[in-house]
Ligand binder design. Structure first.
Ligand SMILES: Cc1cc2nc3c(=O)[nH]c(=O)nc-3n(C[C@H](O)[C@H](O)[C@H](O)COP(=O)(O)OP(=O)(O)OC[C@H]3O[C@@H](n4cnc5c(N)ncnc54)[C@H](O)[C@@H]3O)c2cc1C
Length: 412
């Protein structure tokens, strides 16, 4: 019996387990998924929870329910991987030997990494929305915020879903306008980037949308500490706030560092086309846990898994891996008032305007706002539970296509 152990039963780990379950002969393979909890959280819903679109119960399902029969689930905290001995040690002392290992333990917000963030103002006037507790607490804070300076802030990149803080800003603007409080709220977007987003064309488009909505931007801001109600940068700039919505530093799991498998942020260095670890040909890393130069997003996890599965089957049979993951990512960007943009890009092509998936027809608009894009974002939750996680086929190519994209960007 050959043993495949998948660390992390979130978006990438669940999809990989279910797809490989259909491709590997279960008389010869044992597939085990390890996760610390039996609760699978639909993380994109955390953006909408503070604005009352969802409640916590809408976003959580039992993890076991989404793993096909024939896949074992072990619940426990991963303590360490021993790559030479090919064993995983859990915090309760349990040991899991493996022949092949997939690391899919994602990335987590680490407010402890910024001095002052977890001080007396945490969850009083400082909130995050990347955790279920944080998003729920923020819902209360927004409801009672009568006016003042609301600052949305990113500590450093990379973060998962890099557009989520921008979306939060657009939604907050529409939220306060809808409640007749917009003139009492000053909105400021504080980012370590030189502009609104990582890629130039999208950054210009999203930057002008912030401008149109009267939202100030504080670029190139690398926070050093939080002093009471003020962000202080390394170059001693200060941004005061009454309410701070921060996206703390995101880091991979600690056991990755303990196992000597990670970079300085605990991400696993891999080949960006095959997702095979750079230090062990028995280890792959999928989803947010790896260090590939594209967005950390559920869509990336999905497209990665599509190409990984063929490569994995070839690799364990001793054949070359011929599928090359191209860094494909796509993301709906909520812009408020029931509208959203869609961006689609990969390692080589930045988000461009146009239509998706069909040239000229769409029906979704790339880098432009539409109501249909917003409905696409809401429909995605159903698709996630019922199509993506079970590993069912999606009628969209995993590789990014140039069809429908305007290569010479035109301003609309
Ligand atoms: C607010 C927000 C909005 C988002 N919006 C979008 C969006 O619109 N579109 C999009 O594509 N993506 C979005 N994302 C990103 C998306 O949710 C993630 O990129 C995706 O879930 C990554 O999948 P993953 O499997 O790599 O990690 P995860 O799904 O996070 O799974 C990691 C798993 O590992 C487990 N784990 C971690 N450490 C340990 C340990 N030591 N021991 C045992 N188990 C462990 C965790 O419990 C978890 O189940 C959003 C994320 C957030 C936070």
């Amino acid at each position: 019996m050959r043993r495949l152990v998948i660390l992390g039963g979130g978006t990438a780990g669940t999809m990989a387990a279910n797809k490989l379950r259909r491709r590997l002969n279960l008389d010869q393979w044992q597939i085990t998924v390890v996760d610390q909890t039996d609760e699978h959280l639909y993380q994109p819903g955390l953006l909408l929870l503070p604005f009352g679109t969802y409640q916590a119960k809408d976003l959580i399902r039992p993890r076991r329910r989404f793993l096909s029969s024939g896949v074992d689930l072990v619940l426990g905290d991963i303590e360490r991987v021993f790559p030479v001995e090919r064993k995983v040690l859990l915090a309760d002392g349990h040991r899991l030997p493996y022949d092949y290992l997939v690391i899919a333990t994602g990335t987590s917000p680490r407010p402890d990494q910024t001095p002052g963030l977890l001080g007396p103002q945490w969850r009083r006037s400082i909130f995050d929305f990347y955790t279920l507790d944080g998003a729920a607490a923020l819902a209360q804070a927004l409801e009672t915020f009568q006016g003042g300076r609301l600052v949305v802030h990113i500590v450093d990149m990379p973060i998962k879903c890099p557009v989520a803080p921008l979306e939060f800003m657009f939604l907050a603007e529409a939220f306060f306008r809808g409640r007749g409080r917009r003139d009492k709220v000053e909105l400021v977007y504080v980012t370590p980037l030189p502009g609104a987003f990582t890629k130039p064309i999208a950054s210009a488009q999203l930057g002008s949308m912030l401008d149109e909505r009267g939202i100030a931007v504080e670029p190139d801001f690398l926070v050093e500490r939080v002093d009471d109600h003020t962000l202080v940068s390394y170059d001693e700039r200060t941004v005061p706030f009454d309410l701070l919505v921060t996206v703390p530093l995101n880091m991979g799991a600690e056991y990755v560092a303990r196992s000597g498998l990670g970079d300085e942020l605990n991400y696993v260095p891999v080949d960006k086309h095959t997702l095979l670890s750079r230090t062990s040909d028995r280890i792959f890393a999928l989803g947010d846990a790896n260090n590939i130069p594209t967005s950390k997003a559920g869509s990336v996890a999905h497209f990665e898994v599509e190409s990984f599965v063929d490569n994995f089957v070839a690799h364990v049979d001793g054949r070359p891996m011929t599928d090359r993951f191209d860094g494909h990512a796509n993301c709906f960007v909520e812009s408020g008032d029931g509208r959203a943009l869609l961006i689609d890009f990969n390692y080589d092509t930045e988000p461009l305007p146009g239509s998706y998936p069909l040239p000229g027809v769409g029906p979704l608009r790339l880098l432009g706002e539409s109501r249909l894009n917003h409905w696409g974002k809401l429909a995605f939750r159903w698709l996630y539970w019922h199509v993506l996680l079970p590993g069912r086929p999606v009628p969209l190519p995993a590789r990014m296509s140039m069809a429908g994209k305007h290569q010479t960007p035109r301003m609309e």
